[in-house]
Design a protein around this ligand. Structure first.
Ligand SMILES: CC(C)(COP(=O)(O)OP(=O)(O)OC[C@H]1O[C@@H](n2cnc3c(N)ncnc32)[C@H](O)[C@@H]1OP(=O)(O)O)[C@@H](O)C(=O)NCCC(=O)NCCS
Length: 421
């Protein structure tokens, strides 16, 4: 267990009247203190309850924060496991690199074990931070920007006959939650958000402050637009106007929510976005790696795409995770997992027969041997074990066992997380 410097205490019970201080300590580290706005404060109280939050305090104030929400992680095959969804890690610059984050992470990991969580999940503001705590990047997404006319949309994109309709924030909230629930249940890597998360769409459409705090959009865009395709598709976006006396209109459309129940609705949403007058550029912060858009445009090479790591995960209960996730084919493998913190360590025999998995601790030679962070990277099938073997992060005496893992672990679709928590 890590220790704090003298004069600092770990606080595991944030009183209600100090919740705003806790929230601003966290979001202030990202330049977004929000507690002065009662609507946003209320939103966070519901989505990030005080009884899950922890802090480090000096004599007067909170100087570091963290939290682990009660959530479910969707695994390949659609089953879920209880997850400690960590967010809110911060330490004020005056106390940085003195072990405050480490102390809150140690506390939250132990709490997750005590609560029977199978895994810890979270985002990483910077790549180098969380590997040391046993996490690894399990999902990836693409940040995509493109010039609408240069990229063009093919005529055969589905959804030609579906017309979009404008809806208000309350309708968008209800439709968003419905579509998200359908979509997320079939997407490995999603961390299921509660219905109150969708209240953000019913808030003031002119203000982007909450979206900014939730890392959904940059500041400075115009009012939020909500367009629906029947009850099968929803897109919300803001448009940054750009039209001067010297230039033709070249506004930028920033996509915030993009949810579709089927391919026709998805195609119809893109048809709508490509058709908005005065818009020259479209910007999507998070697009699934397997989005069909690349195959629906005339010239995909003109899309500017930046692949980014997304959800970082930290396995805790390896047998439960391997038993619960779906497998693409049968096979038997023995895995040794090393974990300096001892939480996930062991040797486990995975046997999948007729699609049914068993997994038990054993004493036997391993087919695949890896650190817990490497298991995190391959667990959902977002990165092949072969890649980590080439990088020296997995060792396997028989290379065919690596191929076997990759065949068994192939997910039904590329793991993806659409919303931070
Ligand atoms: C990131 C942050 C929470 C780290 O807090 P901290 O109290 O300084 O972290 P600790 O002192 O406990 O550091 C633990 C370890 O992580 C390393 N570390 C911490 N932040 C790091 C960073 N940004 N980059 C690289 N390494 C980092 C430390 O060097 C230390 O390494 P060690 O294994 O040698 O001990 C803090 O700097 C911060 O608030 N940053 C801005 C907001 C942010 O990025 N939050 C993270 C949200 S995911």
């Amino acid at each position: 267990m890590s220790t704090l410097p003298t004069g600092y205490q770990l606080v595991t019970d944030i009183p209600d009247d100090r919740y705003g201080e806790w929230l601003d300590c966290w979001l202030g580290a990202f330049g977004n203190p929000v507690s002065a706005d009662p609507e946003i404060l209320e939103f966070y109280r519901r989505t990030h309850p005080s009884d899950r939050a922890v802090a480090v305090a000096d004599d007067d104030r909170y100087v570091a924060t963290n939290t682990a929400l009660d959530r479910e992680l969707v695994l390949p095959g659609g089953n879920t496991v209880p997850a400690a969804a960590c967010t809110g890690g911060s330490a004020h610059p005056v106390v940085a690199r003195r072990g405050l984050l480490r102390a809150t992470v140690a506390h939250l990991n132990q709490r997750a074990v005590d609560e029977g969580k199978a895994i810890v999940v979270g985002g990483a503001s910077e790549w180098p931070i969380y590997g040391r705590f046993g996490s690894g990047p399990a999902t990836w997404s693409d940040a995509v920007e493109f010039d609408v006319r240069a990229v063009g949309l093919r005529a055969d994109v589905p959804g030609r006959d579906l017309r979009p309709r404008r809806i208000d924030g309350t309708q968008a909230r209800d439709l968003g939650y419905k579509l998200y629930s359908q979509q997320a249940a079939q997407t490995p890597g999603e961390v299921l958000t509660p219905s109150c998360y969708w209240d953000r769409l019913a808030g003031d459409p002119a203000s982007g402050a909450l979206e900014e705090a939730l890392a959904l959009s940059a500041p400075g865009y115009g009012p939020r637009h909500c367009a629906a395709i029947e009850d099968r598709g929803l897109v919300t976006y803001r448009i940054m106007p750009d039209w001067t006396a010297e230039s033709a209109p070249q506004s930028k459309l920033h996509v915030i929510d993009f949810l579709a129940a089927d391919q026709e609705a998805e195609g119809a949403l893109w048809r709508h976005l490509f058709s908005v007058d005065l818009v020259r550029e479209i910007d999507v912060w998070r697009m699934p790696v397997d989005s069909p858009l690349r195959w629906w445009v005339d010239d995909a090479r003109r899309m500017r795409v930046r692949r980014q790591d997304a959800l970082w995960i930290r396995p805790l209960d390896v047998p439960r995770l391997l038993r619960t996730r779906g497998w693409a084919c049968d096979g038997v493998l023995t895995l040794t997992v090393h974990d300096p913190e001892g939480l996930a360590a062991g040797t486990f025999r995975l046997e999948v027969t007729d699609g049914h998995a068993t997994c038990e601790p054993v004493t036997a030679a391993a087919d695949l041997e890896m650190g817990v962070g490497a298991l995190a990277v391959i667990l959902l099938g977002g990165t092949p074990a072969a890649a980590l073997t080439r990088a020296g992060r997995i060792s396997a005496p028989d290379a065919r066992k690596v191929q076997l893992w990759d065949a068994m672990a192939a997910p039904e679709r590329t793991p993806y997380i659409s919303y931070w928590f």
